[in-house]
Design a protein around this ligand. Sequence first.
Ligand code: GAP
Length: 477
Amino acid sequence: MANDNKLQDIIAHCKEYGFVFQSSEIYDGLQAVYDYGQNGAELKKNIKDYWWYSMTRLHDNIVGIDAAIFMHPTTWKASGHVDNFNDPMIDNKDSKKRYRVDHLIEAHADTLDEAEKKALIDKMEQLLGADDFAGLKTLIEELGIKCGVSGTANWTDIRQFNLMFGTQMGSVAGDADVVYLRPETAQGIFVNFLNVQKTGRMKIPFGIAQIGKAFRNEIVARGFIFRMREFEQMEMQYFIKPGTQMEWYEFWKETRMKWHKTLGIPQEQYNFHDHVKLAHYADAACDIEYNFPDWGFKEVEGVHSRTDFDLSRHQEFSKKKLTYFDTEENKHYVPYVIETSIGLDRTVMMVLSEAYTEEDLSTEDKKDSRVVMKFASHLAPIKLAVFPLTKKDGLPEVAQQLMDECRPHFKCFYEQKDAIGKRYRRQDAIGTPFCVTIDHQTLEDKTVTIRHRDSMEQERIPMDKVKELVLEKIRQF
Ligand code: GAP
């Protein structure tokens, strides 16, 4: 079945089947903030755990930490976020009201028809992407956009707007008390570099991994869970000897791409996008991009060679030594860093996009179709659904025995309502890889029917083999 608007269908499916909801929906939502429902939360946790184990269990020299969201305000001076983490804004000279440039243009776009709206939004995003502030101001003037308060088009030049959310710590308000909600988790790793190195007696090369929330007051906040104002990152900083960065950069590029393929997504759906224009602290950087429906290739993860920039800046601002003594070289140095930084929510969106499949199951006699989420089994929110064929004759009791046996090992779901076909479809829609039906034959010979989600094939197996079969199929490593 051709589908020209697949992303919209995926978003609708996510809501209908308890994956993702708009935050505070009953109050009309909060832009670019989302909540995960019962199935989305399981899926997200499975991805998170899989990344965590891939980093910390499969690499003896990588350990995980969990740093606070709030950090000393000087952290963000040192990292460069206070001065450089900006987006454009504009003031009306008459009302003194300040607007985010994208909000102003978007509000105008909402008054246009769909085609004009799209053309304008595309143009705005192109100018924003090129940091073309003069072009954006000309656009605002050409469109005749006026301030909602003064009613005039008397605009200042466009200036930068910092993307960090600030808040107050302690009881007295004032500049000195401003703390930021972290815009990346990485700085929690950098400031703890020596704590971990010393207490863990870590030897270079070694890595520190972390998963946690990050916050950005995003200027272009569209695209479902692709670009959010509150999101989660899974980051790993790999500390290395200066001069070895290119070899480790290549190693992590390759290692991360291999990981991506184990999500059940084929190679052709991924791209490396090498950065041509490098950030001032980087000497190499690339994105791992996924081919999203309707959008094409977009960044999911970044691999960055960050030199010794962050540790050196923290050393400078904190006036504390952040060097490592290399016993083989017999010298102190500030280590270089390779960073792998992946957005958890973006990964969820990638996995949802890849899994979403519409299938036409029509036969000559009957029209039929299904939506099936073809998740890799180890990521699926629910692994096994157990259905007694009927509510009587002792079948529910036997089904509950199977639930009791499997429940401690993986997420199971029990249902006895409706025809079996309907129950299968509901599990297809949330991506459950295995459904087991307990019928009258089970009472006689202790066998059950197991149905495989993708092929819809069914086979009869002994009930006491179900747990092992599912465990074998959902093994991560
Ligand atoms: N420490 C490096 C860093 O934060 P980044 O490219 O700004 O680098 C890394 O972010 C990853 O975090 C991105 O590849 C993306 O997956 C995710 N990410 C960034 N901003 C996001 C947002 N507003 N919403 C969702 N995910 C985001």
